[in-house]
Design a protein around this ligand. Structure first.
Ligand code: SF4
Ligand code: SF4
Length: 82
């Protein structure tokens, strides 16, 4: 999963781009639900939120590193295909 750092400027451009609806507005900045973020596996070749973030504040969450297989399994599970 990816994560949003405190450099987020609350611009809101990433939220509608997420195919898994994993991004929402938190108390101070936007946040990513790691249970829903597949790093866009199953939908796109590149993480869509990273593509649009103007301040480049969406890195890989070091606590949530997942293999391509694990990300695909997550995609299948949350999309009801597994
Ligand atoms: Fe959503 Fe993709 Fe960003 Fe994860 S990487 S939060 S699935 S847009
Ligand atoms: Fe924050 Fe970047 Fe999302 Fe804008 S695109 S709300 S700066 S994480």
């Amino acid at each position: 999963a990816l994560m949003i750092t405190d450099e987020c400027i609350n611009c809101d451009v990433c939220e509608p781009e997420c195919p898994n609806h994993a991004i929402s507005q938190g108390e101070e900045i936007y946040q990513i639900d790691p249970e829903l973020c597949t790093q866009c596996v199953g939908h796109y070749d590149e993480p869509q939120c990273q593509q649009v973030c103007p301040v480049d504040c969406i890195p890989l969450d070091p606590a949530r590193e997942e293999s391509p297989d694990e990300l695909m399994q997550k995609y299948l599970k949350i999309s009801g295909k597994a």
